[in-house]
Design a protein around this ligand. Sequence first.
Ligand code: ADP
Length: 490
Amino acid sequence: MIFKIGDKKLKVLIVASEVAPYAKTGGLADVCGALPKALLKKGCDVRVIMPLYKEVLHNTRNIKKIQADIYRSDLGHFEKFDLYSHEEGDLTTYFIDNKKFFDRDELYCTSEGDYEDNAQRFAFFSKASLAAVKAIGFKCDIMHLNDWQTALIPMYLKNHLKNDSFYNEIKTLFTIHNLAYHGQFPKEILKEVDIPRHLFNMHDMEFYGKVNFLKSGLLYSDHLSTVSKGYAKEILTEEYGCGLAGVLNLRRDVLRGITNGVDYLQWDPSTDIYLKENFSAEHLHEKIICKKDLIDVVGLNIDINQPLFGIITRLAWQKGLDMFDDICENILRMGAGIVVLGKGEKEIEDKLEQLESAFPGQISVNIKFDNALAHKIEGGSDFFLMPSRYEPCGLNQMYSLRYGTVPVVRATGGLDDVIVDIKENPEKGNGFKFGPAEKEAFLEAVTRAINFYKDKIKFTRLQEKIMKEDYSWDMSADRYIGLYKDICGK
Ligand code: ADP
């Protein structure tokens, strides 16, 4: 089906602070890399815009400068910037170049903490994205904004640009990928990022004495969405609302949950370039070669018949790794091996490294960001652990299903939407799930998983079944298009 408004294609600009394969720290990049391609396939005119980080230049060939010295005086503090672009098939991605802000080793923070000028960096990115759409003449129907780094855009549109007719018809959709990240800064930055003083009050962008960028997205965009149906309900509650449940409840009529999809061009074991051997539900035996390879690559000293658990994650409180620390020894004592890949908070990194020193050869801890190893872990593990305290959508549980790597997850957000516990529903079950964010419940689910693994025939049957489940972007892209059309009133 081709989606058009009248006889014109629906024009969508996706604005994001990270987009795969150009630069990535987490799921936001995966989504903003895959959704545009799915929209394009369905006939939308879609473009993407992001900052020109050092990592982008490192990852991308044939990137070209298309305009120099773009400037606007009506957006307050503004620095001239150059605009770059890159074509991948029919998709054009634009990059905002500002060496002072983006030519750095990391995107948002180092292990010492956040970059101190993140407010200025992403206010600039938001303004520059607005300037860029006019500079390239892309009068989009929808600006699809993502997380706090782009949340000032509706505010600039409604205040600074209200007299520029180029922008009058542009509607905004703001997607919450993770409500916990607010983009909160001291009120002293108000002037520097050109937030009008009158918006610094609790009904607008103030949050307990600080400026909260996310509130701009939540309050001033035309529509809101988040990345699963479960999370869309959860964030309206005090428990999951991160202090913003009140604001979200005010806007619940325009909030929708659309579950992310999987980019099977990147995440499919039958074509995955990082695996030692490709495999599929029909040729599952080759998965054992990937398991052997993974055991070698990460230096584990376990037998191929022992169950192997994988973890790939940002190391943040959200991901429940403290519960994992508490039960790690129990898992190993049940005869399993574990491989962890992650990067993030220093304290969590240190604890994991202590576990590796205590149980060498049984658990391998890899503190880094490594896409190739992430694919090998999905390919070579028997189980995948996600004990998240909250999980807006989560992608690895869906990747794991396709790789026949049985997920063991906490029942929250997108994990709860996607994973059905085998005990509760033997026919539809596709993993193991636990409720309370407590180590006992987590251990109970892991124990059930290990016992299930002992029956090889049953386990193989489960793998074959889950590998055939389909979480492609096709349906999610239709839902986004339906929403874009609603927002545009067509
Ligand atoms: P979040 O966005 O909260 O980090 P998601 O499950 O939505 O979590 O997405 C995480 C994405 O980032 C997945 O593609 C996962 O494989 C990837 N990822 C996370 N940490 C690492 C890492 N250390 N190395 C490689 N990939 C990682």
